[in-house]
Design a protein around this ligand. Structure first.
Ligand code: AMP
Length: 388
């Protein structure tokens, strides 16, 4: 039997997911469609993935007995959240395949290790300095110059745990604001735009990608993603080539997103890695022959990868907790656009900045799709403001 046949996790098997947020939910929806069973382990109850899973195990990730019990009840383990402790993945791996493997998690969950990996493997990054403590910060600022960006080494997410330093005197305030732990200092990149490449690698080494997606952020949180960024084809090809290289170098079996800064001179700089489906790939759920979650399922199950072809021009906008400020938004107001796909994650508490859902809208071209997506969200925001 070939390796791929031997390692194939077939429909009917149970997919175990460490983490239980919207990424697990959308993986689960894709997996359900193909006849798989689902289990999730996280500290939360009635979670986005738990709501659609056969089993929602509630435990801390460091409760390794619970993780072992979980692993014994599933056929393969993946994760939807890279801050799962490495020990949990290692415990699961004693019983079942964990895909992608623990090294990917280990590298991507810690900014210092991620930067070192990228640098040593020859991938382009902004200049950076390790800052293990406050005492080393001033010299690091002097070496990199200002402006620069101080980021926590571990557990950063959506721009949390980072501070821009515009002058050396701001060192103290920045150090306090990120929580005074181990950090990485990066040169500030004066980018023309931010893009990402979501890609998958199969158990047999096959590679598939979703092109280069343009990402617009608001308050450091992804706001709008528009596939097929309008870049010089050589720049797009370079970004895809780097993404392919990263998946190969880390021997990823699964989906991984590389976020990039594109310089005004066309330079391509890696910002960070996410070893899982990514918010900037959500459009693919509706707008591609095979969405990123089905692709994650296929890769972690050792199945052939699906076609990533984009079916129609589309754009995605996030729905953050602010939209709930006057209660549940009136979804009927946006569903009057027949080309709009509404995704809600089933989260109960709508805190500002919390990702509650997203909308993918089709259009005649990417700008039309983006304009329609933004207009639809403005309708919801206007209604929330109007009834306040
Ligand atoms: P991150 O959490 O590292 O992805 O950062 C969130 C956002 O902050 C990015 O998407 C950028 O918009 C901005 N940012 C982060 N690092 C830098 C940098 N070195 N130079 C300029 N902007 C940055």
């Amino acid at each position: 039997m070939s390796r791929i046949e031997h390692d194939t996790i077939r429909p009917g098997a149970t997919i175990g997911v460490l983490g239980s947020g919207q990424l697990g939910r959308m993986l689960g929806l894709s997996a359900r469609r193909m006849g798989y069973r689902l289990a999730t382990l996280s500290p939360g109850r009635d979670t986005p993935m738990g709501q659609i899973a056969d089993l929602e195990m509630v435990a801390d990730y460091m409760d390794l007995d619970a993780v072992a019990d979980f692993a014994a009840r599933v056929d393969v383990v993946t994760f939807e959240f890279e801050n799962v402790p490495f020990e949990a993945a290692a415990t699961a791996a004693e019983r079942v395949p964990v895909r992608p493997g623990g090294r990917v998690l280990h590298v991507a969950q810690h900014r210092r290790r991620e930067k070192d990996f990228l640098h040593e493997a020859g991938f382009p990054t902004a200049p950076f300095e390790h800052v293990p403590d406050r005492a080393t910060l001033d010299a690091a600022i002097a070496r990199l110059g200002t402006p620069c960006v101080l980021k926590t080494a571990g557990f950063g997410y959506d721009g949390k745990g980072q501070a821009v330093i515009r002058a050396p005197e701001e060192a103290d305030a920045a150090w306090q604001s990120i929580g005074q732990g181990e950090a990485v200092l990066e040169g500030f990149v004066d980018f023309a735009c931010e893009v990402s490449v979501v890609a998958a690698r199969g158990l047999d080494g096959a590679f598939a990608h979703y092109g280069v997606t343009e990402n617009r952020h608001r308050d450091h949180i992804l706001d709008v993603s528009i596939p097929d960024a309008e870049l010089d084809p050589a720049v797009s090809a370079r970004a895809i080539e780097i993404a392919h290289g990263v998946l190969e170098a880390l021997n990823v079996v699964g989906v991984l997103c590389v976020e990039f800064f594109i310089g005004r001179d066309g330079s391509v700089v890696v910002n960070e890695l996410a070893p899982r489906p990514h918010n900037s790939g959500h459009f693919s759920f509706d707008a591609c022959v095979t969405g990123q979650f089905e692709q994650q399922l296929r890769s972690v199950c050792g199945l052939p990868l699906g076609n990533t072809q984009r079916l129609r021009p589309s754009a995605m906008v996030n729905l953050l907790g602010e939209l709930w400020s006057a209660g549940e938004p009136d979804w009927a107001r946006v569903l009057d656009d027949p080309d709009l796909k509404l995704h809600l994650y089933g989260k109960q508490a709508a805190r500002p900045g919390r990702k509650m859902g997203h909308m993918t809208v089709f259009g005649a071209d990417r700008e039309d799709a983006a304009a329609r997506a933004i207009a639809a969200r403005e309708k919801l925001a206007g209604a929330a403001a109007g009834t306040r």
